[in-house]
Design a protein around this ligand. Structure first.
Ligand code: ZN
Length: 141
C-alpha cells in the first residue's frame, strides 16, 4: 500500500463506500454456493448494508482492510506520506462504520463484518458465514 502511486490512490479513493467491490462479489458467491438467499444494499437501513437477510434480521458488511482500518492488519497500514491526512480520513471511516453497526444493532439487526483479508481462505469464510447465519432452509428437515 505504501508504494501505490497518486494516480492509483485517487482511483481507489473513488471506490470508497462503493458498491459491488470485488471482495463483496466474492462473499456473495460464497453465500450463493452455500445456498443462502439475500437482498443487496437495503436503502431503508442505516449504512445501506451490503448483504441483507430480512427474515433472519441479519446483515453482512464486507470491508476493505485499508479503507475501513482493519486493526492489526498488514493491508491497513497508513501510507508514509501525508500521514495526518490519511490518519484522519481513515479514522473517520472507522468511526462511521462503528456508528452504522451500533444503529443497526439498536434496531435489532445482527451484524457480521467480513474483512477483505479473510476472504481468500474459502473454508474459513464458509465456516464464519455458516456460524453467523445458521442452517439454510434447504438443510432444515
Ligand atoms: Zn485485513
Amino acid at each position: 500500500m505504501d508504494t501505490i502511486s497518486a494516480e492509483e490512490r485517487s482511483r481507489l479513493m473513488a471506490r470508497v463506500g462503493g458498491k459491488n467491490t470485488a471482495p463483496e462479489r466474492e462473499v456473495r458467491r460464497a453465500l450463493h454456493a452455500l445456498g443462502y438467499r439475500y437482498r443487496l444494499h437495503d436503502r431503508a437501513l442505516p449504512g445501506k448494508p451490503d448483504i441483507v437477510f430480512g427474515a433472519r434480521r441479519k446483515v453482512i458488511m464486507v470491508h476493505g482492510c485499508f479503507w475501513h482500518r482493519h486493526s492489526d492488519c498488514p493491508f491497513a497500514r497508513i501510507p508514509k506520506s501525508r500521514v495526518k491526512f490519511w490518519t484522519e480520513k481513515l479514522e473517520g471511516n472507522r468511526r462511521r462504520d462503528q456508528h452504522v453497526v451500533e444503529r443497526l444493532q439498536s434496531l435489532g439487526w445482527a451484524v457480521l463484518v467480513i474483512w477483505e483479508c479473510e476472504i481468500r481462505d474459502r473454508a474459513h469464510l464458509n465456516a464464519r458465514l455458516r456460524a453467523f447465519l445458521g442452517p439454510t432452509r434447504a438443510s432444515v428437515p
